[in-house]
Design a protein around this ligand. Structure first.
Ligand code: BGC
Length: 895
């Protein structure tokens, strides 16, 4: 085995070294070797690797086989397309395994070897579900009751070739087969708009089964399905009863198949999880545990028979996104004692997930873990910002030696854990905090010579991890944790620099469309768990509901994924129509708005000189977003070739801008709100006539100076603050804002309070160490982390050309120096391969190393005016920009 790997590595190495084009990272629907594809025409992607420069794909050929049958042979197709090529063979069949191969011809006359990968299909037609929905039928199986277990034993009496399970639930499932956990995903099937869209997952269980007797065991928690959601304490939102839908297809070596499905032959019992709820946590009693309940020999004669349920199956679709998995493991960095004598573990990092604990004690001993994000000034755990969420894990010991516990169907947002019930000295090694989040692949890396900026980047990334839990949530700790559209919208571009979030958002956007109101308005949270509450209005809010237009387009820009725009287009269009209907004379000035939510309030800090307010008129903000939405619709319609709509939206955009100028601007270009956000949005979306932009930039800079280089922006202004300054030549100011470390600023939470995630408010903890209003003070809210986009784009200087080369087919490398940084490095694993830009300053010399992946090109813009000093290796370039093909490049220049 080892020998083979070595040989393979050696062959790859020699081929790349000799300039051969190689293929790697073969994916189907963005996933590598997926086994449960549910779409009938999946999309294939691959990456080219070569040690040579200027390599492009000239042609490709794909072959797909099922067993010995070739189901698609594309033939040689002259095309540069190496991402998202659609399957065009004979109809795929369900529950099958396909091997696919691709080879390419490059522009230098070389042919790659065939590269091979596989994909498996799930159930492509809803009538292939043979399983029946089952419920436990137990009285105790209620929203706050005992978690039920299910089991079924069966005989597989022939040699097994392979076996797959298709499973979903109303509630959250965890499956065991023959005593072993099935798969490594958690909180499955995840969270969707359950009444309209439910995903099932596919598992390969070939290795879990054996010839002869087998057994299946399932735990079924309330999860998001019926736990209370939102601060109004509404529970059973999607229904009172949970249910399981399970279908296993076994393929025997002799070519026959057998199906084991959920039906009334299954049995049910109470489990040892006596309570499980999203916000409050979980309670387990190990004394009640029925060990080995999922092995065939277990005696279930005392178990009751399950009941069948007539829940629909026709709206169930194969999962398209990465499941939630366990990621980082953290050990406590300190065991602390609060002034009240409480024992507290400090994991050194605010995160979302849970703690795994190993303990030994007597039967009946109770261990209680309470999770908080912060300690107050005195070192006491701060519970208030959790609002009504208890966020506890409570375990009763069985007394049988060392016992290990972790929750199943809940998560917590925490850095600190208060431990109760352990007698004697605590051994920190017995506790591990585990970060749980969607298994989005890390794609970006960013680092500079400034440790605070690096910490900011780390905090942004951690807040993304903490809030990408199948749904993009606002926060992971209090009784909220909802898919707030505004938060996701402002953060989506940054998110796409740090991780590959294409599938993550594609799945969520299905719910955006599903929960959209009849009049086109998009709810403020998706899935719309606030249904029936004050916040469930048939209106759209600028920057929030606009996620329906902005995010699909951002996915196209970042990943070259045109299909997501195609799929969402009707929803995007319906939303814009809603806004048009809400607007009078092209002015969106009616209805509820969050506007520049959580902007800095000037009254909070009397000492600041200059400007009077940081609060921007709600409808001025809305009008800018009206223009932003319309502009994206022009681009989306252009992309999809909808020429009539392009024209319609173009003239709408002109009218929207005119209406803005008449309503919110004086003749000299002063805005009715003299705030940072007003000028930022007006400049970002070209709301002002060209001749009035320079003065607007001056007003903006003056305002910032008036606040002694502090930002005063809220959720909607913040993402564009630095981009606007950079675009209009005031990078110096942008860097000053980035490096500002007193309140309000990005670095204040880090410098003053050692923050490890992004906070909801600029002063979630105030300069004096007290907390902001506990009714809304989260320490893990990614919205203000939207500056991450600017950091990658401007400091490292990595961007994609939107029009000619979305998804980094055409790259821009344009680092902008400043802030006394002496180096910065950024890299991004794009759908074409690794783009990197790394620079350093040595003795007033600027040294830049760039990597451009095969099948792309990049335009590099150098940050010096001394163009005669710009050299590539030793050769003088004498130009401010250079467009290059793939390869590695080294430049030096004087500043
Ligand atoms: C959430 C947000 C959200 C806001 C809108 C808050 O409670 O945490 O981040 O966007 O409400 O009102």
């Amino acid at each position: 085995m080892k020998k083979h790997i070595l040989l393979l590595l050696f062959t790859c190495f020699t081929m790349i070294a000799f300039g051969q084009t190689e293929l790697r990272n073969l994916t189907v629907e963005n996933l590598s070797n997926p086994i449960g594809i549910g779409v009938k025409t999946p999309r294939f992607s691959w990456k080219l690797v070569s040690s040579k420069r200027n390599v492009k794909q000239a042609a490709y050929e794909i072959q797909v086989k099922e067993g010995k049958n070739t189901v698609w042979a594309s033939g040689k197709v002259a095309s540069e397309a190496s991402i998202f090529t659609k399957y065009a063979g004979s109809p795929l069949v369900s529950n099958a395994k396909y091997i696919w191969q691709v080879r390419v011809w490059d522009n230098q006359g070389k042919t790659s070897k065939w590269a091979t990968a596989s994909f498996g299909t799930a159930l492509l037609h809803s009538n292939e579900w043979k399983a029946t929905w089952i419920g436990s039928g137990l009285k105790s199986d209620t929203v706050n009751g005992v978690v039920p277990m299910f089991r079924k034993s069966f005989l597989a009496n022939k040699k097994i070739a392979s076996a797959k399970v298709y499973v979903t639930s109303r509630g959250l499932y965890e499956v065991q087969i023959n005593g072993k956990r099935m798969g490594d995903s958690y909180l499955s099937p995840g969270w969707t708009s359950y009444d309209k869209h439910l995903q099932y997952q596919t598992y390969d269980v070939s290795n879990l089964l054996s010839e002869g007797k087998n057994a299946i065991g399932v735990l079924l928690g309330s999860g998001w399905y019926r736990s209370r959601l939102g601060w109004e304490n509404k529970q059973n939102i999607y229904g009172k009863e949970t249910g399981l839908l399970f279908q296993m297809v076994i393929k025997y070596a002799d070519g026959t198949t057998e199906t084991v499905v959920s039906d009334t032959s299954w049995k049910a019992s109470n489990s040892h999880i006596t309570y499980s709820e999203i916000y409050n946590g979980e309670v387990q009693d190990a004394r009640l545990e029925q060990k080995n309940y999922s092995v065939a020999s277990f005696d279930d004669s005392k178990w009751s028979t399950v009941v069948s349920k007539d829940f629909p199956t026709n709206y169930i679709t194969a999962a398209i996104n990465e499941p939630i998995r366990k990621h980082e493991n953290l050990k406590p960095i300190a065991v602390l004692t609060s002034p009240k004598g409480e024992t507290i573990l400090d994991f050194g990092q605010n995160l979302a997930g849970w703690v795994k604990v190993s303990v030994q004690g007597k039967a009946g001993d109770i261990i209680k873990l309470s999770h908080v994000e912060m300690l107050d000034k005195k070192g006491t755990p701060y519970f208030e910002n959790l609002r009504s969420a208890k966020a506890q894990a409570i375990y009763t010991l069985s007394g049988n030696g060392i016992e290990t516990f972790e929750p199943h169907f809940t998560t917590f947002g925490f850095r600190y854990v208060k431990v109760e019930g352990i007698t004697g000295k605590i051994n920190p090694d017995d506790f591990t905090a585990i970060a749980l989040y969607s298994d989005i692949k890390k794609t970006g890396a960013f680092e500079t010579s400034n440790a605070y900026i690096n910490k900011l980047q780390s905090n942004i990334r951690w807040s993304q991890r903490g809030n990408f839990l199948d749904v993009p949530t606002d926060c992971p700790q209090r009784d909220e944790r909802l898919g707030w559209t505004g938060d996701a919208e402002v953060f989506s571009r940054t998110a796409a620099y740090n991780f590959n979030v294409d599938q993550f958002f594609a799945k969520w956007l299905i719910d955006v469309a599903a929960d959209q109101k009849e009049n086109g308005a998009v709810p403020f949270v998706i899935p719309n768990a606030l249904k029936g509450s004050f916040f469930d209005m048939p209106v759209g809010a600028a920057g929030w509901s606009d996620a329906s237009i902005i995010i699909p387009y951002n996915m196209y820009v970042s990943f070259g994924d045109k299909e997501v725009v195609e799929r969402q287009y009707p929803s995007m269009k319906a939303y814009l129509n809603y806004v048009r209907g809400a607007a009078k004379n092209d002015l969106w000035n009616t209805g509820f708005q969050f506007a520049d939510w959580l902007s800095y309030r000037v009254d909070d800090s009397k000492g600041m000189i200059g400007m009077k307010s940081a609060i921007t008129d709600n409808y001025l903000v809305a009008q800018c977003f009206y223009a932003y939405n319309t502009e994206i619709m022009i681009k989306a319609a252009t992309l999809l070739g909808k020429t009539d709509e392009v024209q319609e939206y173009q003239s709408l955009l002109e009218r929207v801008k005119k209406a803005f100028q008449t309503e919110y601007m004086t003749a000299s270009g002063k805005l009715i709100s003299e705030t940072q956000t007003a000028y930022i949005l007006a400049l970002q979306f070209d709301m002002l006539p060209e001749n009035l932009r320079a003065q607007a930039v001056e007003r903006l800079v003056k305002n910032i100076e008036g606040y002694e280089y502090h930002l005063t922006t809220g959720f909607l202004g913040t993402p564009f603050l630095n981009p606007v300054l950079t675009r209009f030549g005031r990078n110096d100011v942008a860097y000053k804002l980035l490096l500002q470390d007193t309140y309000p600023s990005w670095l204040y939470p880090i410098k003053a309070h050692g923050a490890t995630t992004i906070w909801e408010r600029w002063d979630s903890m105030k300069p004096d160490g007290t907390f902001q209003d506990p009714s809304m003070t989260s320490f893990n809210h990614y919205a203000y982390g939207a500056v991450g986009d600017w950091m990658y784009r401007t400091i490292a200087g990595i961007d994609t050309k939107e029009a000619e080369g979305a998804g980094y087919k055409s790259i821009i490398i344009k680092p902008e120096i400043g802030g006394n940084l002496t180096y910065a490095k950024g890299s991004l694993e794009t759908n074409y391969g690794l783009v990197s830009s790394s620079w350093r300053i040595e003795n007033n010399k600027f040294i830049l190393d760039v990597e451009v992946p095969a099948n792309t090109n990049a335009t590099i813009e150098f940050p010096t005016n001394k163009i005669e000093t710009i050299k590539e290796n030793k050769a003088v370039l004498n130009a401010k920009t250079k467009t290059v093909g793939s390869g590695k490049y080294h430049f030096e220049m004087e500043l």
